[in-house]
Design a protein around this ligand. Structure first.
Ligand code: RP5
Length: 168
């Protein structure tokens, strides 16, 4: 645990390949914020600014980062490149767009060759990336586990409250 962090959780390092991906990063950061997990968001292309990306990854652990979320579209090599330079867990978010509206990015991220894994969430699903990063941190943080459980309970309650489900 690093000083200044809330609930004993480590920080999450969010990186997008382009400013055009920022909405997914904001959804991840919002859910982390809701769960009391600090995060930082960077805009660094793996192919246009490789040296800057390497500096971000190399300095991340010292800043308390314990999980990365890497968000990219098209060839979407960013999550794999991040994972190649750290043993911290990496969650990849494929972005929609391009000739197949995100299928290219989905396959690029989920089909990492053996030896360097990247966990992959659905196309554009920044919220699930934030939740998965929080769940990883929660394995060593009881209070965060409780907050995640409370969020699940609230979610279920909201569905139960739908007028279509009256009487169930
Ligand atoms: C990827 O190419 C980015 O992650 C983005 O999703 C996509 C398009 O980038 P821009 O042309 O918007 O910079 O590198």
């Amino acid at each position: 645990m690093q000083e200044g962090e809330r609930g004993g959780a480590g920080r999450v390092g969010i990186v997008v390949g382009s400013r055009s991906d920022i909405a997914a990063a904001e959804r991840a950061a919002a859910v982390l914020d809701e769960l009391g997990v600090p995060s930082e968001t960077r805009v660094i292309s793996a192919h246009r600014a490789p040296a800057l990306l390497a500096r971000f990854i190399a300095s991340a652990e010292d800043r308390g980062i314990r999980v990365f979320i890497a968000i990219a579209g098209l060839a979407a090599h960013l999550p794999g490149v991040v994972a190649s330079q750290t043993t911290l867990p990496v969650v990849g978010v494929p972005m929609p767009g391009g000739v197949s509206d995100g299928l290219d990015a989905l396959l690029a991220i989920v089909q990492m060759p053996k030896g360097v894994p990247v966990a992959t969430v659905g196309v554009g699903n920044g919220e699930n990336a934030g939740l998965l990063a929080a769940a990883i941190l929660a394995t060593s943080d009881r209070e965060l586990r409780d907050r995640l459980a409370a969020r699940r309970a609230a979610q279920a309650e909201a569905i139960g409250a739908d007028p279509a489900n009256e009487g169930l």
